[in-house]
Structures are given as C-alpha cells and as structure tokens.
Design a protein around this ligand. Structure first.
Ligand SMILES: [Cu+2]
Length: 460
C-alpha cells in the first residue's frame, strides 16, 4: 500500500520515472531520470506549447494554467480624430481600437465592463470565443443577458479554451461601428514558425457622420449615407479639400499606419476585418503571405499573394522580410461590389511597411493584385484545419427560409420564415429558458432540434 502510494506520488512529481519491477521488489522505484523539459514555444518551435502542442485537440483538451487575467473596460463617449476629421465616437477606455486583451490558452478571463455611455445600454461580445459552461457571458443583449444600463457594470467570466486571434465588440445596436471594439489575442502554438508577433491589424471603414445618424436618415428618409474613409489599425489620412476646406472638424492631421521590418525576420500579423460593410483583399507589395490560421482555427499553412477577409473574419499570416530593403504599400483593397453602402474613398486602405524606421517617404511600389471578381471567401480547398475533427454525426438538419421584407415604415428587415424578431432586451431568451419557458411568440421562430444538433448551434 505504502509503496504503491510512493510510486503514485513519484510518478506524479516526475513524469519520466523509470519503474523497474524485475528485481522482485514490485512497484519500487529503482531509478529515475530527469523530467524532459517541456516543449518550449520559440521562434523555431512554434508548434510547441508546454505539455500541449499544435496537434492537441483543443475541443477535448483544455489546459489549466491556474492563471486569471483581470481586465477593466469602460464604454464611453468622446471625440475621435482617427483620420484628421473630428467626430463624436464611442470608445473603450478612450481609444479606437480599444485596449488589447491578451491571455494564454487555458487562462481564465475576468473582464469588468462599466457602461459610462450617457444614454445607451451596452453588452460586449467576445467574437468567436467558445463559451463552454459560460453561455451567460456571450454578451448578446436580449439573448444571453440584459443590456448593461448606463452607470452599471457587469463582470464577464470565461475560460480561454482556444488560441489565436479575435476581437471584442459591443453587440448593442450599431455601437461597434462608432468605435466600440478592440483586439483579443490568446497565445498558443502555431502551424509555422515566426520570429516576432506584431499583433492584431484591424481593417476598418469609417464614417465622418455618426452611424446612428446615418441609420436614422435611412430609416426616416430612405437616404443611404456613404461612409467616408478606410482605416488600418484605426488610422489614415484624409484630404480635407473635398469638403471645400470649410469644415472646421476637418483638421487634416491624419497618419498612415506603419510597420517596420528587419531583413530576414518572419512576422506574425493577425488580420481582422471590423468593417461595417464589405470585404477586404489584403496584400503587401513585394511580399508573400503564409496563412496559418482562420477564425481561431489553426490551418495547414498555405502561401498566397493576398487574402480576402469577409466581415468579422480573422486570418493569421506570417510575412518574411525578404524583399529588397525599401518602403512598400500594405493594401486593404475594399471590395466595393460586395458592399451595400458606398465608401467615398474606396481606394484609401493603405499603410506602409518600411525596412528603415527613419524613412519618411511614401512607397512607390505597385501591385498586380486586383479586386476579386466575386464576393467569395478564401477558397475552401486552402482552408484545411490542422487538427482533424469528425463532424459527420450531426443528427439532423432543418431548412429555414431567410429573406428580407420592406415594412410599412419603409425599413428593410431580415426575416426567417417571413417574420422578423425584435428582441425583448428586458427579458433575455436564456432567462426565459432557465425559467422553464416553452411558449415563445411567433417572431422568435423557434425551431425544435435535438440535443446533438444543439451542441453545434452557436449564438451570434
Ligand atoms: Cu462579433
């Protein structure tokens, strides 16, 4: 009994204990060797992650780091000048994009959100984050929670079961397009090596009028207000002369985003499309992109000269600095033919890659890449998940009729089976279900599915 206990204890302490039972002393530890060092994640071993690695099935295996990352976010109003034009906006902690939330795979996140907006409720969604046993923190007002009232706070708590790149944003009305979004990075292994992680690179569109005003005009008068500009990581230039030089809000001090490359280094860039409308085709003149992850799913790497991002999508790319040292345009080509709302500066989505940090000149590089002909995603044959998972036992499918209708107030609404849902913010559906509710009004379009099917259903 004692020796068994000893054996178990030693085995627990040292994973590589050698047990020799051949000398007749069954179960006695006769020799040990040092534990092998856990696989370290370094520039030449990005597939490693301690006891886990890039082959670990992250659906079944969730590391427990025992660490909690605590973050405080304030949703507030202010004046933003992102491209040389001052306008009212909404921010997290005073900046657009908001502060980086980062954690390790297996950490616990505790995020305190305070609503300091004057008259709007809010709720924050962690885009693409698996809310395993924490669905009440998914951040969808009227579905998983009541909106946070002005002056109130809510603490979101969830476990980081995935790794990769994503973003957080208000899920309340149009607030994210007013600036209420920020980067979220979960560190973990990768399917290819890189030297330096340059973080999230946001591709965004931007309006010089508030989106709430634009929405109001659309609803009341049917006028579609075009957006004004495109931004990369929340910044760009803007030519005030188009406003006749008479608009006092156009101060014209916008800047292009810049990145500095050292020759021979490999950089990880976490591309994220946070636009209100449409896709981007991203490229860097003179450089090849190695794509290693899509939407928190590590993929078998593939090389390409450009990558197309639909709304809210993320692609992690590795770019090797092996062009002739100089200045190069980084391009987020806005796919105008896939947009419902026009942009006054559809060609403005550029930033600069420099090999010399001191250089201030504009690149003269060119590209042969053109806008995609269709509004399709990256080709599905390029997107092979690194960890194979079997999804063949989905128990059932239902076919529902998605459409649009024009209301008598002249507003377009999405429909499922000809009805649209105006959610009751004061009575979230999750609460209704927890209270045993089983009767829902027709607009809720309740579709009965079995438990297996439900396991694959995701909110928002
Ligand atoms: Cu989202």
């Amino acid at each position: 009994m004692t020796s068994t206990l000893l054996l178990l204890l030693l085995a627990a302490v040292c994973c590589a204990s050698v047990i020799d039972g051949s000398n007749g002393l069954k179960g006695r530890v006769t020799a040990t060797r040092p534990c092998p060092t856990e696989c370290q994640n370094t520039p030449t071993s990005r597939h490693c992650w301690g006891k886990h690695n890039i082959s670990t099935n992250y659906y079944d295996t969730i590391p427990d780091t025992g660490r909690t990352v605590e973050v405080w976010l304030s949703a507030q109003e202010g004046i933003c000048n992102l491209d040389g034009y001052k306008r009212p906006c909404m921010t997290f902690n005073g900046t657009v994009p908001g502060p980086l939330i980062s954690a390790n795979w297996g950490d616990n996140l505790v995020i305190h959100v305070t609503n300091n907006l004057k008259s709007n409720g809010t709720a924050i969604h962690w885009h693409g984050v698996r809310q395993l046993n924490s669905v009440e923190y998914d951040g969808v007002p009227g579905v998983t929670q009541c909106a946070i009232a002005p002056g109130q706070s809510l603490t979101y708590k969830f476990k980081v079961t995935q790794y990769g790149s994503t973003w957080y944003h208000s899920h309340f009305s149009l607030q994210y397009s007013e600036g209420l979004f920020g980067p979220m990075v979960f560190y973990g292994p990768a399917t290819a090596d890189y030297d330096e992680d340059l973080g999230v690179l946001f591709l965004q569109d931007w309006s010089h009028t508030t989106i709430f005003k634009a929405w109001d005009w659309k609803q009341k008068y049917g006028i579609t207000h075009s957006l004004s500009n495109l931004l990369i990581n929340g910044t760009n230039t803007f030519d005030c002369s188009v406003y006749g030089g008479a608009d006092p809000n156009c101060v014209g001090n916008g800047k292009k985003f810049q990145m500095v490359f050292k020759p021979g280094k490999k950089y990880l860039i976490r591309l994220t499309n946070v636009a209100l409308d449409s896709q981007f085709r991203f490229s860097i003149d003179g450089h090849t992109l190695k794509v290693i992850a899509n939407d928190l799913v590590p993929i078998v790497p593939y090389e390409t000269d450009s990558v197309v991002l639909s709304g809210a999508q993320r692609y992690d790319i590795i770019v090797e600095a092996k062009a002739k040292p100089g200045n190069y345009w980084m391009r987020a080509m806005w796919v105008n033919h896939c947009a419902a709302v026009a942009n006054d500066n559809p060609g403005s989505g550029t930033a600069i890659v420099r090999y010399d940090a001191k250089s201030t000149s504009d690149p003269t590089s060119t590209t042969a890449i053109t806008l995609p002909a269709t509004c399709a995603d990256e080709p599905s044959e390029s997107l092979t998940p690194y960890v194979k998972m079997n999804v063949s036992n989905i128990a059932g499918t239902t076919l529902e009729n998605l459409n649009m209708r024009l209301t008598h107030e002249g507003v377009f609404k999405w429909t499922i089976n000809s009805s649209s849902l105006l959610i009751d913010w004061a009575n979230p559906t999750l609460k209704q279900m927890l209270n045993g509710g089983s009767i829902f009004p027709t607009p809720y379009n309740i579709i009965e599915v079995n438990v297996c099917f439900l396991a694959y259903f995701s909110l928002a």
